[in-house]
Design a protein around this ligand. Sequence first.
Ligand code: ZN
Length: 367
Amino acid sequence: MSMVDVRTDSVQDLPNLSMVAKFSVATRLQVLDKNGDECGPAQFSQTTEKDINQLRSVEEKLAQRDWRDLRKKLINLDLDNHQQIAEWLTQAGYVPKPEELDELKLARTISPGAESLEKARTMAEATAIEPNLYEWPESAVTNEIVAWLQSWRDVVRWLMDIKTERFRSAVNAAFALDEDMRVTYGIALQAAFEDREVKGLKHPVTDFLRALKPPAYVDTKTLAACLTGVGRGERLPAYFQWNADGKPSVTVHIDTPARAIVMAVHVDKNFSVRHWRTCDNCGAGFEAERGTHRFCSNRCTNYFTTNARRDKLRVLSEGDQEWQRLPAEKRKKFDRWEWISGWAKRNHDTQIDPAWARKCVTKGETA
Ligand SMILES: [Zn+2]
């Protein structure tokens, strides 16, 4: 009897199998260092019951993160405001590297009076307020972290802005880029090995950019990584299971907040009917429940409609003055309100309903 080898790298498709896909994001806090590099889950050496309870309540909060809401906050984040960035990082589930936090505390408490670093350290320990390990301090927001946030914030914003069709062709182009890079490196490597020069070898990213035409501020590397995967072009681990009714499902595991947000982009671009919009009044990004929503809030709706009405009244008033200037014979041939309506359309591209015009003018609202 021969041994059956179950180790295999071949992948089999399961056609016609309808499955529920679930996404699970780790509730562990993630360490982000001062260079804006993600360094894996945070380790805490909790000893007291108080510490353990505190960490547990933080993780319970992390389990309830709303990725669409965090994505919206990220897109609208004011990157000059370090306090706002610190709050976002806390909500998303990032903590600074413990050593860097210590350095920071020390630097802040060293007084000019301390004779030595050793003395300063003792003073720092004596005066340090109990730090909250689970909150991002504003002072730990570095320029590198801001740059990192900006590079993938811009990518997320652009991807949410483009239409589904364009999103799909962007995914396409990113995979083609991946393939082209491999081929190009192969050719270059082979040439170097044989000690000969290759001429006319262009960088594959040229084609990628030509196909996609992303705005100049979007970082190409981050963009490609967010299109072929959820930030680093890697595959995600998943568990396959079925419930008591035999209904199968796959749970995909995501380790970091940044990747969870990119995953939320892919989910909404490919499978959901949500509309990402830019508010017509304040310019903030928001999710519209219906395709017709133009404003992020009631406040913006009111503000805009009030202003729009004011603009319309101004056009009406101007149109009525033009009407008064017409020779009497000409006026006899037209209905005043119809004429003003036509004039507004021609000169200001503004829709004015004749009945509304009459009501406003007779009530003196244009005065
Ligand atoms: Zn708004």
